[in-house]
Design a protein around this ligand. Structure first.
Ligand code: AHG
Ligand code: MN
Ligand code: MN
Length: 339
C-alpha cells in the first residue's frame, strides 16, 4: 500500500526543505525563522484573548517615538526578543519599542551571525477595536561576527536583508516571508497549532484598483500626491477608475490586502512630518523586499526604498508601495510637480 500523500506543508517543513537555498548557511537562518514562527504563535494566543483579559489598553509608558504603548506592544516585544535570544542565532535586536539596540549577551548568542529588526506590534491603535494588526521583521548578517555588535550592523541598506517577513493577526493568522527566492504565505491552523503553506509563490498584480492613504491628512500632502489621489478618484471606464479607497490604519493589513489584490499604499511626507511616519529599517525595508520579490515596487517617491542607507535606528521615510505600474505612475505625478 502506498503511503498517504501529504497534503499540507508546515512552516517548519518548508524552512528545512529550503535550507539548501543558502549554501553558506549552516541552518542558523532556518532556526531563526523557526523561532520567529514560535513567537508568532505565542503572540497570536494573546492577541486572540485581547478582548477577554486585562491586557488591553495603555500601559502608561511611551515608546521612543513618544507614542503611547499598549500592553500588547510590550508583550509582543518581550516575546519576540526572548524567542530570538533563546535560539543562539541572533546577537542583537532593534525594535520599535526600544530606543537603543538590545544586545543578547548569553554565551550562545554573543557571537551569532545575525541581527533582527522588528516592529513587534504594528497597527497598535487597532488592538482594542478588534481590527487586524501585525508584526514585521527583517534579518541581516552582522558585518563582522568577531567584533562587538554595534548600530552599524543595523544601518545596512535593505538590499542586504537575508530574510524578511510579517505576521498578520486578521480573520486568520498568516506568516508571510521571503529569503530572496520569492514570497510564501502560511496560514495558522489553530486546530494543530501549525502554520501551513497556503499561498505559495505570491505575486502582486502589476496594477490594481485600490489606493490606500490616510486622506484625512490630504491638505498636508505634497501637490503631486494630492494630484495622484484626484486621478484615482476620477471617472474613467478604460482604466477602471474611480479606484476604491481602502485604509485600515495597520500597515501590515493594508499591505497584505494590496499584495493579494493589487493596489498602492502611500504614506507620504506631510507638512508636519516631512519624512512621513513609517520607519525605514523595521517597517519599510522588510515590506519593500517582499513586494519586490512578489513583482511589485517600493519607493520613497524618488528613490528605491531598498537602496536607502539608514542613518539611525528609528529613521522615517515616505513610502509608496504595491503594484509596480501604480507606484511608477504615482512617482510620475511627483516628478511633474517638482517641475
Ligand atoms: P505602529 O502601531 O507600529 O506604531 O504603526 C502604526 C503605523 C502603521 O501601522 C499605519 O499604517 C500607520 O501607523 C497609520 O498612521 P496614520 O494613523 O497616521 O494614518
Ligand atoms: Mn508599525
Ligand atoms: Mn509597532
Amino acid at each position: 500500500m502506498n503511503a498517504p500523500k501529504r497534503s499540507v506543508t508546515t512552516l517548519g517543513q518548508f524552512i528545512i526543505e529550503r535550507q539548501a537555498d543558502f549554501p553558506y548557511a549552516k541552518g542558523e537562518l532556518s532556526r531563526l525563522l523557526r523561532d520567529i514562527g514560535i513567537a508568532a504563535k505565542i503572540v497570536n494566543r494573546e492577541v486572540n484573548k485581547a478582548g477577554l483579559v486585562d491586557i488591553l489598553g495603555e500601559m502608561g509608558t511611551s515608546n521612543v517615538q513618544g507614542e503611547e504603548q499598549k500592553k500588547l506592544d510590550v508583550f509582543a516585544n518581550e516575546q519576540f526578543i526572548a524567542a530570538l535570544g533563546s535560539g543562539g542565532e541572533c546577537c542583537a535586536v532593534a525594535s520599535e519599542e526600544n530606543e537603543e539596540l538590545v544586545a543578547i549577551s548569553t554565551d550562545v548568542s554573543k557571537n551569532a551571525k545575525y541581527v533582527v529588526c522588528i516592529d513587534p506590534l504594528d497597527g497598535s491603535s487597532n488592538i482594542d477595536v478588534n481590527v487586524s494588526i501585525g508584526t514585521i521583521f527583517s534579518i541581516y548578517r552582522r558585518l563582522d561576527p568577531n567584533a562587538p555588535v554595534t548600530e552599524a550592523d543595523f544601518l545596512q541598506p535593505g538590499v542586504n536583508q537575508v530574510a524578511a517577513g510579517y505576521i498578520i493577526f486578521g480573520s486568520s493568522t498568516m506568516l508571510v516571508y521571503t529569503t530572496g527566492k520569492g514570497v510564501n504565505g502560511f496560514t495558522l491552523d489553530p486546530s494543530i497549532g501549525e502554520f501551513c503553506l497556503s499561498h505559495p509563490d505570491m505575486k502582486v498584480p502589476n496594477s490594481g484598483k485600490i489606493y490606500s492613504v490616510n486622506e484625512g491628512n490630504a491638505m498636508q500632502f505634497p501637490q503631486g500626491v494630492r494630484d495622484y489621489i484626484s486621478y484615482c478618484q476620477q471617472d474613467d471606464k478604460a482604466t477602471g477608475r474611480p479606484y476604491s479607497s481602502r485604509y485600515i490604519g495597520s500597515l501590515v493589513a493594508d499591505f497584505h490586502r494590496n499584495l493579494l489584490k493589487g493596489g498602492i499604499y502611500i504614506y507620504p511626507p506631510t507638512s508636519k512630518a516631512p519624512s512621513g511616519k513609517l520607519r525605514l529599517i523595521y517597517e519599510c525595508n522588510p515590506l519593500a523586499w517582499i513586494v519586490e520579490q512578489a513583482g511589485g515596487m517600493a519607493s520613497d517617491g524618488g528613490q528605491r526604498i531598498l537602496e536607502k542607507k539608514p542613518g539611525s535606528l528609528h529613521e522615517r521615510t515616505p513610502l509608496f508601495i504595491g503594484s509596480k505600474d501604480m507606484v511608477r505612475h504615482a512617482e510620475q505625478f511627483l516628478t511633474q510637480n517638482r517641475g
